[in-house]
Design a protein around this ligand. Structure first.
Ligand code: DMJ
Length: 651
C-alpha cells in the first residue's frame, strides 16, 4: 500500500493537526538552535571574517560568536585559550591545586591593586597625551618616539582586554582607525613590529576577532614595512622612512633581524597573505646558514652588529665590540623567538628548536658565570672572536630565566631550569639590594668564575665539608644514600615523584621571604637608572606559573610596592634616576625627586600586565595556551596550518 493511499484515508482534521504539530516542532527546533549556548568549552575563535578575500588559514572552522566581548566569565573566555587546543609538546604550567579562600582574597586584592595602578597611568596618558606615543609623567607633556601613531594606546590594547577594561578598549577604536602609517620620519622597524603590529594582532585575537579594523591596521602597517625587507640579504633595515621609501643606513642589530617572525607568521595566518610568513622564514633560514665566513665564530652565538647589504656580521679586528654576543641589549629577543616560533608551531618545525638549543648550549658552555658562595648566576656579553667574557649584565637580560625555564621543559633539559632560577635570583637580588628596592639598568661583578654545576652555589667551606666522609670510615658515600632514596622514589607513581620543575602548590597568606644577602664585594652598578622595565617580573610570572613556588609571587609583590613608592607621579609613573638614592635630610622632597620625565610604553604592555598575571588565576593566559611576543602581547596557541607558508617538507 502506497503512502498516498494510506494518507488519503486519514480524516481531514487529523491531517491538519499533524501539519500543525510538524510546524510547531520545526519552530521549536530553530528556537533551540539560536538560543542555546554553545556546548564547546571555550568561545569559538575561528570566526569567518566578514570580507571574503582574506580568509584565515587556520584549520578549525567554527560558527560566529554572538556574545558581547570580554565580560564573559573566565571559564568561557578567550583569556583561557582556544578550547580545542591541546599541545603536543610537554605541559609548561604547574598543576596548581585548588586555593584556600583566604589566599584567594589576598591574591585578588593584590591583582586589583595592580589594575588600579595601571588605570592611574592610563588615565594620566588619556588626559594629557591621548593619541601621542608617550606621556612625560612629570611635565604632563606628550612625546613622539615611535612614528607618532599613539604607541602607548596601541601597546596597551591587550592589557586593557586582559584587565577587563572593555569600555576603555572600545573607546580607543575610533582613534586607532584613523592612524596613518605613511609618515615622513625614520621609524624603527623593530619597535613598530613588536609594539604596534604585535599589539594589533593580539588585540584582534583577544577581542574575539570582532574588530576587523585591528587586523586591517596590522596589515596596513606591515605593507608599509615590507619594502624595508628588500635588502640584498633580506635582513630588514634598522630605520625606515615610509613616505620616502628609503633607509638612511645599512647597519642593523641581531635582535632586530630575528624579532618579527612571530608577528609576521601570525599575520599570514590571520590575513591569508603568505608574504609575511615567507619573509620571516627567509631570514631565519639565512641566519641558520651563517658560519665563519659571515662572522659567526661559535655556532649559535651570533654577534650583535650586522650589515644588511653585505649579509654578514660586522667585522673589524680593531673594534672589540663587534664580535660580542649577548642575551641583553641588541641580541636578546632573537634567541627568545627561536624558542617561541618552535612553540607557536607546536614543535612541527624542528629547525627552530635546533637553533634555540644550539644557542643555549653554546651560552652555557661559554658565557655563564657563577659567584662563589652565592646562588647568583651572571650572564654577561661574550667576545666570540677573542673568547673572553665581560663583567656586566643588563636588566634586559632578565627575560632569560623565563625563556630558559620554558625551554627546559620543552626539550627536557632539567639543568636549564636550575640555571633559569640562578639567573632570576641575580635579577631579583639587584632589586632587593638597593635603597629603593628597584633594580639598576646595568650591573657588574668583578669576581666571578665559569659556571660549574658541580660547585655552583657552594661556599669554599661547604665544598670542603662535602668531602669529609672521605676521611671518616664510619661515613657512607652520599651517592649511595641518594641512590637508596631514588630507588624508593621509583616506587611512586610518576606525578608524585620529586622533580625540580613541579612542586606541590603551597598557599600562604603570611609568606616571609628570607632577608637579602650581603652584596658580593665585587658588585657595582654601571647605570643606576630604573626605566620601568619588565624583564624580571616577566620571568617571575613564568617561573611562578611553571613551578607554583609562591616565592616568585612575593618577589613580584615587593617589586610592585617599590614601583608604587618611587615611580608614581601625580599623573602616571616615572623612571628613576638613581636606585640607590632615597631622600636624605638635605633633600627637599619636591615632586619628581630622583625621577626622570619618561614613561616608556612597555610599562603598560608588559610590566603591569605581567604583575597582574602573576596574581591572576593560573588558567588566565596559561603558558600552555598562549605565546607572548617580546612586548608581552599574547598570541593564541592552536593547530594552525603552516604548510602554505613554509612550502617545504622538512626544514
Ligand atoms: C621591550 O620593548 C621588549 O621586551 C624588547 O624585546 C626589549 N625590551 C623592552 C622593554 O625593556
Amino acid at each position: 500500500m502506497g503512502l498516498s493511499t494510506y494518507s488519503s484515508k486519514f480524516p481531514k482534521r487529523w491531517k491538519l493537526f499533524i501539519v500543525l504539530v510538524g510546524i510547531l516542532l520545526i519552530v521549536s527546533q530553530i528556537y533551540y538552535i539560536f538560543t542555546t549556548p554553545s556546548k564547546q568549552e571555550s568561545i569559538p575563535l575561528d570566526v569567518e571574517r566578514s570580507h571574503t578575500s582574506n580568509q584565515p588559514m587556520g584549520g578549525d572552522k567554527l560558527p560566529k560568536v554572538h556574545d558581547p566581548i570580554i565580560k564573559t566569565p573566565p571559564r568561557h573566555s578567550i583569556l583561557t585559550g582556544f578550547g580545542g587546543f591541546k599541545s603536543k609538546l610537554p605541559q609548561l604550567q604547574h598543576d596548581f591545586s585548588p586555593e584556600p579562600v583566604v589566599y584567594t582574597k589576598l591574591r585578588e586584592s593584590r591583582r586589583n591593586a595592580i589594575k588600579k595602578s595601571f588605570l592611574h597611568g592610563w588615565t594620566g596618558y588619556k588626559t594629557y597625551a591621548m593619541g601621542h606615543d608617550e606621556l612625560k609623567p612629570l611635565s604632563n607633556k606628550p612625546k613622539t618616539t615611535f612614528g607618532g601613531w599613539g604607541a602607548t594606546m596601541v601597546d596597551s590594547l591587550s592589557t586593557l582586554v586582559i584587565m577587563d577594561l572593555t569600555d576603555e578598549f572600545l573607546n580607543v577604536m575610533p582613534r586607532i582607525s584613523k592612524i596613518n602609517f605613511r609618515v615622513d620620519q625614520d621609524i624603527s622597524v623593530f619597535e613598530s613590529i613588536i609594539r604596534y603590529l604585535g599589539g594589533f594582532i593580539s588585540a584582534f585575537e583577544l577581542g574575539e576577532r570582532k574588530q576587523d579594523m585591528l587586523i586591517q591596521k596590522a596589515e596596513k602597517l606591515a605593507q608599509e614595512l615590507l619594502p624595508a625587507f628588500d635588502t640584498p640579504s633580506g635582513f630588514p633595515y634598522h630605520l625606515w622612512n615610509p613616505a620616502k621609501n628609503t633607509s638612511t643606513n645599512q647597519e642593523t642589530l641581531f635582535a632586530e633581524v630575528g624579532t618579527f617572525q612571530l608577528e609576521f607568521m601570525m599575520l599570514s595566518q590571520l590575513t591569508g597573505n603568505t608574504i609575511y610568513g615567507e619573509k620571516a622564514q627567509q631570514v631565519t633560514d639565512f641566519l641558520d646558514s651563517m658560519g665563519y665566513e659571515q662572522g659567526v665564530y661559535i655556532k649559535g652565538l651570533y654577534p650583535t652588529a650586522l650589515d644588511t647589504h653585505k649579509g654578514r656580521f660586522k667585522d673589524d679586528p680593531s673594534n672589540w665590540i663587534l664580535a660580542i654576543s649577548t642575551f641583553g641589549a641588541m641580541g636578546d629577543s632573537t634567541f627568545e623567538y627561536f624558542l617561541k616560533e618552535y612553540l607557536l608551531m607546536d614543535g612541527s618545525v624542528p629547525q627552530y628548536g635546533r637553533m634555540y638549543t644550539e644557542s643555549i648550549n653554546a651560552m652555557k658552555k661559554h658565557m655563564l658565570r657563577q659567584v662563589p658562595g652565592y646562588d647568583l648566576l651572571l650572564l654577561p656579553p661574550f667576545d666570540t672572536q677573542h673568547m673572553n667574557h665581560r663583567n656586566s649584565m643588563d636588566h634586559l637580560t632578565c627575560f632569560v630565566p623565563g625563556m630558559l625555564a620554558m625551554g627546559a621543559v620543552t626539550f627536557n633539559q632539567p639543568e636549564d631550569m636550575i640555571i633559569a632560577k640562578g639567573i632570576l635570583e641575580t635579577c631579583v637580588f639587584m632589586y632587593r639590594t638597593t635603597e629603593t628596592g628597584l633594580s639598576p639598568e646595568n650591573w657588574a661583578l668583578g669576581k666571578t668564575e665559569e659556571y660549574n654545576p658541580v660547585t655552583y652555589n657552594k661556599t669554599k667551606s661547604e665544598l670542603e665539608k662535602l668531602r669529609n666522609w672521605w676521611y671518616d670510615d664510619e661515613l657512607v658515600n652520599p651517592l649511595i644514600l641518594e641512590k637508596t632514596e631514588r630507588e624508593s622514589q621509583n616506587e611512586l607513581p610518576v606525578h608524585k615523584k620529586k622533580d625540580e620543575t613541579r612542586v606541590v602548590t603551597e598557599y600562604s597568606t603570611n609568606y616571609k621571604l628570607p632577608p637579602v644577602k650581603k652584596r658580593p664585594e665585587s658588585l657595582y652598578f654601571d647605570d643606576k637608572r630604573y626605566l620601568l622595565r619588565p624583564e624580571t617580573v616577566e620571568s617571575l610570572f613564568i617561573l611562578y606559573r611553571m613551578t607554583g613556588d609562591q616565592k616568585y609571587q612575593e618577589y613580584g609583590w615587593e617589586i610592585y610596592e617599590s614601583i608604587e613608592k618611587w615611580c608614581k607621579t601625580k599623573s602616571a609613573y616615572a623612571s628613576v634616576r638613581n636606585v640607590e638614592r632615597t631622600p636624605g635630610e638635605e633633600d627637599e622632597e619636591t615632586e619628581g625627586f630622583n625621577q626622570i620625565d619618561s614613561m616608556e610604553t612597555f610599562l603598560f604592555a608588559e610590566t603591569f600586565k605581567y604583575l597582574y598575571l602573576l596574581f591572576s588565576p593560573p588558567e588566565i593566559l596559561s603558558l600552555d595556551k598562549f605565546i607572548f611576543n617580546t612586548e608581552a602581547h599574547p598570541f593564541v596557541r592552536k593547530h594552525w596550518n603552516w604548510d602554505k607558508i613554509l612550502k617545504k617538507d622538512d626544514v
